[in-house]
Design a protein around this ligand. Structure first.
Ligand code: NAP
Length: 243
């Protein structure tokens, strides 16, 4: 049986590209979405035209009960979860002193609690399987900090902290966990960037181009099949940040 992979936030952007390509490559993919139902249906239909099946599942991954339903769906249908890709996330640009309690709460719930819930519920099954792979999509801002995105940077750095700690705890159980920390990728999340701002980013990027969702998908595909990488923060960013 092919590997069973859950991709959170797969209705748009990076998550959609990951889900689409993994399904095309023969993996059994469960594509999670929350608000963008029509986009998720479109993803399913695009694949069906190629004769490829994918499951789409609505769940707000910032809510524990929804996460339990998502994980139960995977186990009831496939009886295993080989790979969890924590991709769902939100961003917000604000001056630090203007971040309200509510902004902070929403940011941490959607970017950090979500990863905690999905990972905890999945790891229960991966421990029984004595096998598993978890891939967290964090951000270069978790590594470098992003001005006017302090709450986002805090959440993403938190994800990377979890990656390192959990890799140590779960390594002996043959479960690998890594973060992919993308640079600027051309998705809805960056729709507020002007052409001039993109030009400036490209200018400061040694590889002299924008990042595309497929750049992240390639990294995901490698991590799924790799067997000796855990606890690492890998940053596909065109050289924009070199640590
Ligand atoms: P995007 O185009 O805005 O898409 C975000 C996706 O996350 C959507 O499919 C959305 O689903 C889903 N989502 C958000 N909150 C959710 C929740 N509570 N439950 C379930 N799904 C949820 O963003 P993107 O650029 O593809 O970003 C994907 C990931 O990469 C994020 O974690 C982001 O922080 C990270 N990242 C992006 C960049 C970049 O430059 N784009 C850079 C570094 C890191 P619905 O629309 O269905 O609600």
């Amino acid at each position: 049986m092919s590997k069973v992979i859950i991709v959170t936030g797969a209705s748009r952007g990076i998550g959609k590209n990951i889900a689409y390509n993994l399904a095309v490559n023969g993996y059994s993919v469960i594509a999670n979405y929350n608000n963008s139902e029509q986009d998720a249906i479109k993803l399913k239909e695009e694949l069906e035209k190629l004769g490829i099946q994918i499951d789409i599942f609505k769940a707000n991954v910032s809510k524990k009960d929804d996460v339990i339903k998502l994980i139960n769906f995977a186990i009831e249908k496939y009886n295993k979860i080989d790979v969890l890709i924590n991709n769902a996330g939100i961003a917000q640009e604000k001056l630090f002193t203007e971040i309200t309690d509510e902004d902070f709460d929403i940011m941490i719930k959607n970017n950090l609690y979500s990863v905690f819930y999905t990972t905890r519920e999945t790891v229960k099954y991966m421990l029984k399987q004595h096998k598993g792979c978890i891939i967290n999509i964090s951000s270069i801002y978790g590594l470098t900090g992003g001005s006017c995105e302090v709450h986002y940077s805090m959440a993403k750095a938190g994800i990377d902290g979890m990656t390192k700690a959990l890799a140590k705890e779960l390594g002996p159980s043959n479960i690998r966990i890594n973060s992919i920390a993308p640079g600027a990728i051309d998705t809805d999340m960056n729709s507020s960037l002007t052409e001039q701002e993109w030009k400036e980013i490209i200018n400061e990027t040694p590889l002299k181009r924008k990042g595309n969702p497929i750049d992240i998908t390639r990294c995901v595909k490698w991590l799924i099949e790799d067997e000796f990488t855990t606890g690492q923060i890998i940053s596909p960013n065109g050289g924009y940040v070199i640590i």
